[in-house]
Ligand binder design. Structure first.
Ligand code: DC
Length: 226
């Protein structure tokens, strides 16, 4: 079967998952959120007494055999299952967020998540988002997109999201967290965040989600995806 794979990469807060989810809904392609998979690995390690930010790769590596991650698209969004348990909400907590950033540094964790993401993607049309999708996970994707925006704009979006959820975030702290995560993502040795040479750049700064989705839909159409 001739499959159409869309790879969406970019830094934290560029809106990758929202855009990927909306584009998947419009095309009927399967959405695969690889960030959620790193978060599920971190949650498992934390629950088993191994904080990936503290323990070495060997400790986390020894646990990987006990982890099965599944994704399910429902009318209510994408659900993430860790060994059959719905952990969709739990993986968004601060510990799993920090732990995922640390776990994503380990090559054995990256190899496991990459293999599982490819397995889920096998034989179907997919939209996959992450940091290394165009460069490492799906190097032959028919469309690669790199979403980006200035740090201040990404922080502003995160700020609004948190306020809408009832939080009272500190803007400067958010800016610093985003800068730190950008640094971690671009400086790790294994599959760092970088745009694939053949990726299409989209500066999402002055665009709303609908405009970004429309841009991607035109690119999919242009390349014969639908
Ligand atoms: O996109 P996110 O915040 O849910 O990702 C969680 C962590 O996983 C983040 O620290 C970056 C990392 N990640 C990665 O290294 N490679 C991917 N393909 C996806 C996420």
């Amino acid at each position: 079967m001739d499959v159409f794979q869309v790879a969406i990469d970019g830094p934290v807060g560029a809106g990758k998952s929202t855009i990927a989810r909306l584009t998947a809904a419009r095309t009927g392609f399967t959405y695969i959120d690889t960030g959620a998979m790193y978060r599920a690995v971190a949650l498992y390690a934390l629950r088993n007494g191994a904080d990936p930010a503290v323990c070495g790769e060997e400790t986390v590596d020894a646990m990987l055999g006990g982890i099965l991650i599944s994704l399910e698209t429902t009318g209510d969004g994408q659900k993430v299952f860790l060994n059959g348990e719905d952990v969709t909400g739990l993986i968004r907590g601060p510990e799993a967020t920090r732990g995922s950033s640390a776990a994503a540094v380990y090559p054995s964790v990256r190899a496991m998540v990459t293999a599982r993401a490819r397995e889920i993607a096998a034989d179907g049309n997919v939209i996959m988002d992450g940091r290394d999708i165009g460069t490492a996970v799906l190097p032959d994707a028919k469309l690669k997109v790199y979403l980006d925006a200035a740090v201040g704009i990404r922080a502003e979006r995160r700020y609004k999201e948190l306020v809408e959820k009832g939080g009272s975030p500190d803007f400067e702290t958010l800016v610093n967290e985003i800068k730190q995560r950008d640094y971690n993502d671009t400086h790790r040795a294994a599959d760092p965040l970088r745009r694939a040479e053949d990726a299409v750049d989209i500066d999402v700064g002055g665009m709303n989600a609908e405009e970004v989705v429309e841009t991607i839909l035109s690119l999919i159409k242009e390349r014969g995806g639908c």
